[in-house]
Design a protein around this ligand. Structure first.
Ligand code: FES
Length: 117
């Protein structure tokens, strides 16, 4: 999938906040968690925790991780890899850019495969 989705203005989220972007809005088969790190950078990962069906966007942002609200696995927003148990399987990452003051999601394009990453 190469379509991009304009999610809204750059101040859509404050630093350290997250929100769920429903699949219906993106055309991607899963809900996506849009996250703004404490440093103000945008990231996106699959919203569902790989340990159980819990929404990571309901979790807690700390530095460049998001912590699952159920059992506290912290997923790296850059790689999707869980840095703490019990989750062991990474979540997929999605490329996000800020262009002309708008947050642009590239659903299905892994962050690591995006240009300049
Ligand atoms: S449901 Fe996320 S760590 Fe258990």
């Amino acid at each position: 999938m190469t379509d991009t989705v304009d999610l809204g203005p750059e101040d859509l989220l404050g630093d350290g906040e997250a929100m769920r972007i429903p699949a219906e809005q993106t055309g991607y088969p899963e809900d996506i968690a849009l996250v703004r790190s404490e440093d103000g950078d945008y990231f996106a990962v699959d919203d569902e925790c790989t340990h159980a069906a819990v929404s990571l966007s309901d979790g807690f942002v700390e530095e460049d991780t998001i912590e699952c609200p159920m059992h506290a696995s912290a997923f790296c927003l850059r790689t999707g890899v869980p840095e703490t148990p019990p989750a062991i399987t990474p979540v997929k990452t999605h490329h996000v850019t800020v262009e002309n003051g708008r947050v642009i999601l590239h659903p299905g394009v892994p962050r690591s495969e995006a240009p300049g990453q």
